[in-house]
Design a protein around this ligand. Structure first.
Ligand SMILES: Cc1cc2nc3c(=O)[nH]c(=O)nc-3n(C[C@H](O)[C@H](O)[C@H](O)COP(=O)(O)OP(=O)(O)OC[C@H]3O[C@@H](n4cnc5c(N)ncnc54)[C@H](O)[C@@H]3O)c2cc1C
Length: 184
């Protein structure tokens, strides 16, 4: 293993808005990053069962946009290419709160975007897929986490696919596959 990496393999459970940025960060430190997702990951911006709130209205606030731009350079362009609409919320959103006059309409100088939640996820997923050492395995439901014999670290992750009842993803080449804890 080259000194560039701190570990052989990292496993991310879930390709949602938590898992995708985690995979992006881990890809700098691990030779391989495996993202296990129970859903089929769609090629387009359609909702999926594992993120049921994806059908609800979502907004990406300026802080979230900045965090994504820090992780994915020029992420704003990725959003625009995916179909997101740019927005100056001070000018284009009417802010009204109970018991107060509506806030004055003025540019706050804070640009962000509106989009559906599946579109945001798709844009982030596309960027993570650009990483050569990140592997997506969809239709893989994690069912257990296996520990090292001393119980101090995770050695492997067990998952089920649509066709196989049980598979293991070891974190190192020397990992055995004891399953110490069940997720369900
Ligand atoms: C109604 C609603 C509206 C919201 N609106 C906003 C908003 O406007 N702006 C905002 O920033 N946030 C909003 N949120 C919050 C936001 O959706 C969550 O903070 C975010 O989804 C959390 O991301 P996550 O990746 O941790 O979890 P999730 O989005 O729940 O993703 C978890 C992923 O893990 C997968 N998974 C789960 N179990 C397993 C397993 N055993 N094996 C393999 N894969 C597995 C799931 O399929 C899924 O892909 C809203 C939430 C709700 C409920």
């Amino acid at each position: 293993m080259s000194n560039r990496y701190s570990g052989e393999r990292a496993v991310v459970i879930g390709a949602g808005m938590g898992g995708l940025p985690a995979a992006q960060v881990l890809a700098d430190y691990f030779r391989e990053v495996v993202v296990l997702e129970r859903d089929v990951l769609p090629a387009d911006a359609t909702p999926r069962p594992g993120v049921p709130q994806g059908k609800h209205p979502h907004g990406l606030l300026a802080g979230g946009l900045k965090a994504l731009c820090d992780l994915f350079p020029d992420f704003s362009s990725t959003l625009v290419q995916a179909g997101a609409n740019s927005l100056d919320s001070g000018l284009e959103v009417c802010h009204e709160y109970p018991g107060q006059e509506p806030l004055p309409v003025r540019s706050l100088g804070v640009a962000t975007f509106t989009m559906t939640r599946p579109l945001l996820e798709l844009a982030v997923r596309r960027r993570v897929r650009e990483r050569a050492n990140v592997v997506f395995r969809d239709e893989c439901r994690v069912v257990a986490i296996g520990a090292t014999p001393d119980g101090n670290a995770v050695a492997s992750v067990a998952y089920k696919t649509a066709t196989a009842s049980s598979k293991y993803c070891p974190l190192t080449s020397s990992s055995t596959h004891p399953v110490a804890e069940s997720l369900r």
